[in-house]
Design a protein around this ligand. Structure first.
Ligand code: ADP
Ligand code: ZN
Length: 724
């Protein structure tokens, strides 16, 4: 018999579903190997028993079907189908992106065995007390005596030699192995305060049903303890928890904290640095329900979990939840979709929620849970000072005040963090006298200075105007273009404090787990007096001596054309301020800026997210920008930008007559960073108050994009883009 199957393959052909034949029907989700262009390729059975829409004689046979492996489950396939549809990405390639490497290969994989638990056997139980020579090992024995099963990792927490002991005792017949045990959860070290308890209770009351929560509370307000408390209940019931967090927060310290609390819970840690073999096994353990707790970065949102009972997204505003190439998904949004699918609650936590989530909480779509205080009663909010450096002579970016503070703090034995705003900015124009910046009249975006054309241009809607010769607010004729190097910051510090320990944290210096661990060790050993950071240092680090934060070029991003720049800056400044004074001393924060009157700084000074968010949201509504409206970016790149612009504008002209009325279609503009890897890039925005209309408009675009036969041009679609 010949049965036809749709196989999801990682190939750039339409949706990536190709037809192959087999002598029997294969279950959907089964991994197979098929020939594609003369080479074996792994794929996933998407549907069996289909009627082929191509000539049967042209259909090739499936070479191998891995029927001994558990198939990828139905709800996982539904998630991928949704993601592919929503992000307008070929299904076959989306499926491949969601699989760990081992499952993308043409070899069979080994199915993981369920974990084993140790407990006292019948003979073991008869012994009133362990023999005297076990004296030192008594703790392990006692732990076994008081439980109905503990895993090896849990026992190793009690005594590092536990594996040797267990081997010995098993040989004596005193202990036995079994396959399941109710996990023993350690109680929290703390008594949750009233707000924490109320938050955890609200989440627990929603178990078994879909309910998104926004857990909003400043850094150190005890959000993590709330997650843990709710997670403990789900895990105690034997169900699974998915815990997503930004790459930078997935630190050994966080994992230690999880382990201390959930030592006995089989856990899978999934992120890009986990070795491939380990990742595949962890993925499968989660899929088989063996791993109960899955902790990971954005890609772990695709982990199949049959018993999903709760999802947590920590630092939900973090931009690393958005994948910026290939399948351009937003893991936070997919996590909400999954919670709905699984019928379970999801907690999105942040001190500075994304405006998207804040908007949903305001409108009642999400339930807001708020923690108003820091959990440590002793911890105080830092004192934040905004320093206007518009008229100061700076020394490689440092004001004299900043240098004095750093010097003094060093003399007093304190640690300083010098923070460099991580985002570069586009060339912009501003008035040094009154601080006026040049916004687009149509958009909530700043205009970019094009020196050669002597124009200001909006990179969002392509509005253009000639560079003004004076400030429209105050008449000042001396308009300044912004831009200032920060390379020599470290050298300046070395000159200032030749004896001090100075270290730099950035993406490169912490690219490897070990680098981080080493730096962390040096900080705790007191070897570091000044830390220079280009991005925020991970949360959850209590650097006891860190009591001064200096922010150098705070406003760089405020000139950025990206309308989300103030939102990001606010989140960064709040987070970086939270670094100071987590210990028992109030910290100090000095923010240097040339725009001291920008509302973002007043809100940071007051440590008031609400003030910031409400104002920002008003502005977004005024311009119909997200979250008040929806966007899609269509991008193209080519050897030179004119080709990319023409390509997009050509399709625009063809599509425009059929476009739904509530979709706005802007002209193609060069991207802020036009040149990347020898290619030049342009983009075009589609906007609408209705998601549905936007997807309809994309439906008009796609045939033209897919029909592109010009090899010079590459294109991509970014639904809900995060960056301009
Ligand atoms: P967040 O996740 O909001 O930054 P954490 O949960 O990490 O906050 O808590 C901040 C600090 O306060 C941690 O050191 C934590 O151990 C401590 N903490 C949390 N809850 C309590 C509590 N109820 N009582 C005492 N200390 C607490
Ligand atoms: Zn504009």
């Amino acid at each position: 018999m010949t049965i036809y199957h749709h196989i999801a393959l990682n190939v750039p052909l339409a949706d990536g579903l190709l037809t192959y034949a087999h002598h029997e029907t294969l279950a959907a989700g089964t991994r197979v190997v098929v020939p594609f262009r003369g080479r074996p390729q792994a794929g996933i059975v998407w549907a069996g028993g289909i009627t082929p829409d191509i000539e049967p004689t042209k259909i090739q046979n499936i070479q191998t079907a891995f029927t001994d492996e558990a198939p990828l489950p139905q709800d996982w396939r539904a998630l991928l189908a949704f993601a592919a549809r929503y992000y307008h990405y070929p299904l076959g390639q989306a499926v491949s992106a969601a699989l760990p490497q081992g499952l993308r290969e043409t070899k069979p994989v080994e199915m993981p065995q369920p974990p084993q638990y140790y407990s006292l056997s019948e003979t073991g139980r008869l012994q009133a007390a362990p023999p005297a020579r076990f004296h030192k090992k008594a703790a392990v024995w006692a732990a076994l005596q008081h439980s109905d099963g503990l895993s090896l990792p849990a026992l190793k927490q009690i005594n590092r030699q536990a594996d040797k002991l267990l081997e010995e005792w098993a040989a004596q017949g005193w202990i036995a192995l079994k396959n399941a045990a109710a996990p023993v959860l350690r109680p929290s070290e703390y008594c949750l305060n009233a707000e924490q308890q109320a938050a955890s209770q609200a989440v627990q009351a929603a178990f078994g049903q879909f309910q998104p929560f926004l857990l909003y509370g400043v850094t150190g307000s005890g959000k993590t303890e709330v997650y843990f408390d709710a997670m403990a209940e789900v895990l105690a019931a034997g169900r699974q928890v998915l815990f997503l967090l930004p790459e930078i927060n997935l630190t050994p310290q966080l994992l230690k904290r999880v382990e201390a609390r959930f030592a006995d819970v089989p856990t899978a840690v999934l992120h890009s640095q986990t070795a491939a073999g380990r990742r595949t096994q962890d993925y499968l353990r989660a899929m088989l329900g063996q791993a109960k707790l899955v902790i990971g970065t954005r890609l772990s949102v695709f982990t199949p979990m049959p018993d999903l009972g709760l999802i947590v997204v920590d630092e939900e505003h973090d931009s690393s939840f958005k994948q910026d190439n290939e399948l351009r998904y937003q893991a936070r949004d997919l996590a909400v979709w999954r919670a709905k699918q699984a019928g379970c609650p999801i907690v999105l936590g942040s001190a500075t929620p994304s405006l998207e989530s804040w908007h949903k909480a305001q409108s009642g779509a999400y339930r807001m849970l708020e923690l108003r205080q820091r959990a440590h009663s002793a911890a105080q909010l830092p004192q934040v000072d905004i320093l206007n450096v518009g008229r100061l002579k700076l020394d490689n970016g440092f004001s004299p005040q900043a240098l004095n503070l750093i010097k003094q703090n060093y003399a007093e034995g304190g640690m300083t963090l010098v923070y460099l705003n991580r985002r570069g900015f586009s060339p912009a124009l501003f008035c040094g006298d009154c601080g006026h910046t040049f916004g687009c009249p149509n958009c909530s975006a700043k205009m970019v200075l094009h020196r050669r054309a002597r124009q200001l241009r909006c990179h969002h809607c392509d509005h253009r105007e000639t560079v003004p010769y004076k400030c429209p607010d105050c008449g000042n004729q001396d308009l300044t273009a912004v831009g200032q190097g920060t390379q020599r910051v470290e050298e300046t510090l070395r000159l200032l404090l030749p004896e001090a320990g100075i270290a730099r944290i950035d993406r490169d210096s912490t690219a490897h787990k070990n680098d981080w661990a080493d730096l962390y060790r040096r900080i705790h050993a007191g070897e570091i007096d000044v830390l220079v950071g280009t991005q925020m240092i991970a949360k959850g680090h209590d650097f006891a001596r860190l009591n001064l934060v200096v922010v150098l070029n705070a406003d760089g991003s405020l000139y950025s054309a990206d309308f989300r720049a103030p939102e990001r800056l606010f989140a960064e400044l709040m987070q970086v301020s939270g670094r100071a004074g987590r210990a028992d001393k109030a910290g100090r924060v000095l923010i240097q800026t040339q725009l001291p009157d920008h509302p973002v700084f007043a809100a940071v000074k007051a440590q008031d997210y609400r003030q910031f968010a409400d104002r920002e949201l008003e502005e977004r509504k005024m311009f119909g920008m997200p979250p008040a409206g929806f966007q899609t970016a269509i991008r193209a790149d080519a050897p030179n930008v004119a080709q990319a612009v023409d390509f997009l504008n050509g399709i625009k002209a063809a599509v425009e007559p059929q476009l739904p009325e509530d979709v706005t279609h802007f002209g193609a503009t060069p991207m802020l960073m036009v040149r990347l890897a020898e290619r030049e890039r342009a983009q075009m925005f589609l906007e609408s108050p209705s998601r549905k209309s936007l997807h309809r408009a994309l439906g008009l675009w796609l045939p033209y994009l897919q029909g592109n036969r010009d090899a010079k041009i590459r294109w991509s679609v970014d639904v809900d883009p995060q960056e301009m």
